[in-house]
Structure formats: structure tokens, C-alpha cells
Design a binder for this molecule. Structure first.
Ligand SMILES: CCCCCCCC/C=C\CCCCCCCC(=O)N[C@@H](Cc1ccc(O)cc1)C(=O)O
Ligand SMILES: [Zn+2]
Ligand SMILES: [Zn+2]
Length: 488
């Protein structure tokens, strides 16, 4: 019922915004947007949870498809926009621009979310409740916010009779949280079959970071130009089962527990100095006061010191090395039965300077027990580094739009995404993949992603809509974005 009324509200607001110039009434944009956050709350209420590629919530995903058609009617009826459903629940929109000489780009987001049991939440995770100026729930930061903001920005532009010059695609995956094999991978194959080459892609990923680095008071924007590799590894120990009244010296549980404990206690090597992190720190150096600015500008000398400091915090630690997280453990069926099998899943994120094979060799050396069997469930190497120089159109458009929408953010730096995104399935279509959410992120909100109490402030969501609204227009501008001038 509530979802219906949100849709009606949009329709009324649409009438209000028609026939107006795009920028002459800036107040109108703000007032329209300030009433338009309701579609996000409706999206949060649809429990599009993915557990595994085989176990997604098909009913919720189908409802989600209906929902976006209802709340963004103009997007789905515009003659120059083609809508296709791919892999049953993913959506591909092709927005045909008026100038075919311009190479198209792609905006991405995903509709599925990770599970969220009610425990620990201040507000039930699928209630989509708005309280104290925040919309609460699973998917408000990862990643229904982006999906709804992209469609909402496009709806606003279309309602103002905006016709894009540069064609673009909108790819909305439905299984990003469990591999993207039925969504992003199929969209990618379809576009490849159509001979499409993209100027660049913008997907979820890094943010405007605030409070992550001690002594750095100012927020800075980090656009991820690469992402870590990944291995999901199952460790298994098989032993003879029996009566618990006469236990053997070692059980499958004990052997496996010791193996995973060794993995947890033995960090992978610190790879500071290789990969995009050095570039990130050098470009950030001028934001620090003395002596940190000198230290970060002279990593050839102070590299070992900086690398040790980064290891101390669990988030910056993830930037300097491959991480191993123990995420699942399973053994035993009854209190008095020695179980035959114990299994654990290790989720590994690979530093850009290492490969799947190198990391597997290290893991086997650390476990050093041939009773432990290894099964690689999924694995891929770190992603290539996208350009961030003055000629890199996608990067420069993001930088330009960040500086316009967030004038208080003076520094935009390239970096690496420690999580993975659906964009990794599109390396066949472009070498320019950028992962960036136009939102502030604090350490507390970082912990809420895949954790508890995920929420987005209403103004933050409005700003995300504005960002995309402006980004699409910037991508159509005659001039390439001006190169960034560093302050002296
Ligand atoms: C010097 C500067 C300090 C920088 C501090 C860095 C802060 C980190 C900021 C943002 C990172 C947030 C990452 C968000 C993207 C997450 C998207 C996501 O959840 N993807 C899944 C995809 C996946 C991967 C592997 C699987 O087996 C299943 C799903 C993920 O888990 O990565
Ligand atoms: Zn995500
Ligand atoms: Zn996620």
C-alpha cells in the first residue's frame, strides 16, 4: 500500500517538474528531490536477499522489477530507452544519445542484498523506516541507494525533456552478492556480442572517506581504479567417526580448528610499495600537516614506517596485504558422536601485487598439514588498474562532478577497492572501470555494510541523486573536463 502511494507521489511531482529549464530553477530541483526519497524506502522493503547463486529470492526480485517500473514510469516508457530483462531479474537499459560519434559509457548498481537477521538492528532491516532523518535497512548503502538514485536522476532529467547526447547503458545486476554469474556476466556477454565498447564504467565501490586516517581531519574522495582479487576456499578434514566416550587423540574438528587458527594468526606478507596505494598516498600527502606531508611525499625513505603504521588498523591493513577471513565453520551432528567431517570456508582478498596461485601456495604452507584438503570454490586475480591521468575521461568526469557537488572536498585520489563489484565482469568492454559512491563514509558506516544498522541520511541520498543528475549532463558537455590543478 505504502509503495503505491510513493509511486503516486512521483507522478504528481513529475507534473510539477515538466517544462522547466534544467538549471534556471535550482530551488525546484532541491524541492522535488527532497520529496523523492520515498522510492528508496519502498525498495528497501522488498527482501531481495541472495544466499548463493542457486538460492536467491526470486519472488522478491520479480517484485523489485515491477516496483522500479511503477515508480519510474518515464524511464520505462521513453522511446529512446530500450529496456531488457537479463538472466530473469537483472535489467539492462540502453539510453540512445543524439550524437552517435560519442563513445557510450555505463552506470551500474545491483538490487540484491546480503542477509540481515533482525538481531542487533535498531530498526528492522527490511522495514525501510525513516527515522531521525535516516532511511534504515539492508541495502541503503549497498547498493539499492545507487540503483534508485540512477533511475531517479534519469527520471528527473527525462521529465525536464533532457535528451542525452552521449549514449549510455544502465546495468542493474540481481546477484552481485553471490558472484554476478546470472546478471552481470550475462549482460557483459550480450554487449560483447553486440560489439559494444565502452568509454568507461562507474560502479559502486569507494566513497568520500572521513575519519579513516588519524591526523587527517579533512574528508577526501577515493575513486577505486582497481579491486582486490578473491579466493573462496573450503578446507576439509575427514577422520574416522566413533563414540565420544573413547575419543581419539585428534578429531576432525580439532585438526581443522588448529589449521584455521594458524591461518588467522599468520598474516600474509605486507606488500606495501607495489600496487596503486603508493600513488594514493602521494596524492594525499599535501592534505597532511608537517611532518606527515613530508613522510608521505618521500615514501622511498619512509615506506617501511608508513607500511607498519597502516598494518595497525584493520581497514588500512586490508590495503597493504592479502587478507584471510574465516567466514563459515561446520562440523558435528550430535553431542556424543565424533564427527567424520569438519569443513571451514576461508574468504581471501588478494593484494594487487599477488596472484591466486601465489596465495594458494602460501596458504598451504601455513596450514602445513596433509590431512587438510583444499577445495577452491571460486577464485580470480586482482583487477587491472584503470587510468587516472588527465586524459582519462571517466575519472576526470567523476572528479569534476565531485568538486561541483561536494565543493568542500578538495582532494580526489585514485585507490583500490577492498571489496569486489560486478564491474569486474566487464573488463572485456573497457579498460576504464571506476568504483565510486558519491557519499560520505565514516568508519562506523563502513562497519554497517554487510553488518547491522545500515542506513543512509535523507540528504545524503538526495545528494547522490543530484550527483548522477549532474554527472549525466557533464558526460554530454562539449569540453573534456579541465585537468585538476593542485594547490601550491
Ligand atoms: C588510505 C586510505 C584509507 C582507505 C580506507 C578504505 C575504506 C574502504 C572504503 C570502502 C570499501 C567498501 C567496499 C564496498 C564494496 C563492497 C561490494 C560488495 O559487498 N561486494 C561483495 C561481492 C562478492 C565478492 C565475493 C563473493 O564471494 C561474494 C560477493 C564482496 O564481498 O566484496
Ligand atoms: Zn554491493
Ligand atoms: Zn555487498
Amino acid at each position: 500500500m505504502k509503495r503505491r502511494s510513493a509511486a503516486l507521489e512521483i507522478l504528481n511531482l513529475k507534473e510539477l517538474s515538466v517544462h522547466r529549464g534544467l538549471w534556471e530553477n535550482q530551488w525546484l530541483l532541491s524541492s522535488v528531490i527532497s520529496h523523492l526519497y520515498t522510492p528508496l524506502t519502498g525498495a528497501i522493503r522488498i527482501p531481495t536477499v541472495s544466499f548463493s547463486p542457486e538460492n536467491v529470492n526470486a519472488t522478491a526480485l520479480a517484485e523489485f522489477g515491477e516496483y522500479i517500473r511503477t515508480v519510474f514510469p518515464t524511464v520505462f516508457k521513453t522511446s529512446f530507452i530500450r529496456h531488457e530483462v537479463i538472466g530473469e531479474y537483472s535489467h539492462l537499459l540502453t539510453v540512445r544519445g543524439s550524437d552517435p560519434s560519442l563513445q557510450p559509457y555505463m552506470l551500474m548498481a545491483h538490487s540484491d542484498v546480503v542477509p540481515a537477521p533482525d538481531e542487533g538492528w535498531e530498526v528492522p532491516p527490511f522495514s525501510g523506516l525513516e527515522r531521525d532523518g535516516f532511511i534504515h535497512g539492508r541495502g541503503t548503502l549497498d547498493n539499492k541507494n545507487s540503483l534508485m538514485a540512477i533511475l531517479q536522476a534519469l527520471e528527473l532529467l527525462l521529465n525536464r525533456n533532457y535528451i542525452p547526447r552521449r549514449s549510455f547503458f544502465i546495468a542493474l545486476g540481481h546477484d552481485e552478492e553471490v558472484s554476478g554469474q546470472n546478471g552481470a556476466q550475462k549482460i557483459s556477454a550480450l554487449l560483447q556480442a553486440r560489439d559494444i565498447k565502452l568509454a568507461f564504467i562507474v560502479d559502486e565501490g569507494n566513497f568520500i572517506l572521513d575519519g579513516f586516517i588519524p591526523h587527517l581531519k579533512k574528508p577526501f574522495a577515493m575513486i577505486a581504479v582497481s579491486e582486490k582479487g578473491s579466493i573462496n576456499l573450503r578446507l576439509e578434514v575427514n577422520m574416522t567417526p566413533g563414540h565420544s566416550s573413547a575419543p581419539p587423540k585428534e578429531t576432525s574438528i580439532g585438526i581443522l580448528a588448529a589449521a584455521v587458527s594458524r591461518l588467522e594468526q599468520t598474516p600474509m606478507p605486507n606488500m606495501f610499495g607495489s600496487g596503486p596505494l603508493k600513488m594514493t598516498l602521494q596524492e594525499l600527502a599535501h592534505e597532511f600537516s608537517f611532518p606527515a606531508n613530508i613522510i608521505l611525499s618521500n615514501l622511498w625513505l619512509f615506506g617501511p614506517l608508513v607500511s607498519r603504521l597502516m598494518e595497525r588498523n584493520y581497514i588500512t591493513n586490508a590495503l597493504v596485504r592479502t587478507t584471510t577471513a574465516l567466514t563459515m565453520f561446520n562440523a558435528g551432528v550430535k553431542v556424543n558422536v565424533i564427527p567424520p567431517v569438519a569443513q571451514a570456508i576461508i574468504n581471501i582478498r588478494i593484494h594487487p601485487a599477488q596472484t591466486v596461485q601465489e596465495v594458494l601456495d602460501l596458504v598451504k604452507n601455513i596450514v602445513a598439514d596433509n590431512r587438510v584438503q583444499f577445495h577452491v570454490l571460486t577464485a580470480f586475480d586482482p583487477l587491472p588498474v584503470s587510468p587516472s591521468d588527465h586524459q582519462a575521461l571517466g575519472y576526470q568526469l567523476l572528479r569534476q562532478t565531485i568538486q561541483s557537488i561536494f565543493p568542500e572536498v578538495s582532494t580526489v585520489v585514485p585507490g583500490i577497492c577492498i571489496g569486489n563489484t560486478d564491474s569486474r565482469h566487464y573488463t572485456n568492454l573497457t579498460t576504464s572501470i571506476y568504483r565510486f559512491n558519491p557519499l560520505y563514509l565514516h568508519p562506523q558506516s563502513f562497519r554497517s555494510i554487510h553488518g547491522i544498522n545500515e542506513k543512509i541520511s535523507v540528504p545524503a541520498y538526495e545528494t547522490q541523486v543530484k550527483f548522477i543528475f549532474e554527472f549525466i549532463q557533464n558526460a554530454d558537455a562539449d569540453q573534456e573536463p579541465a585537468p585538476h590543478q593542485h594547490e601550491l
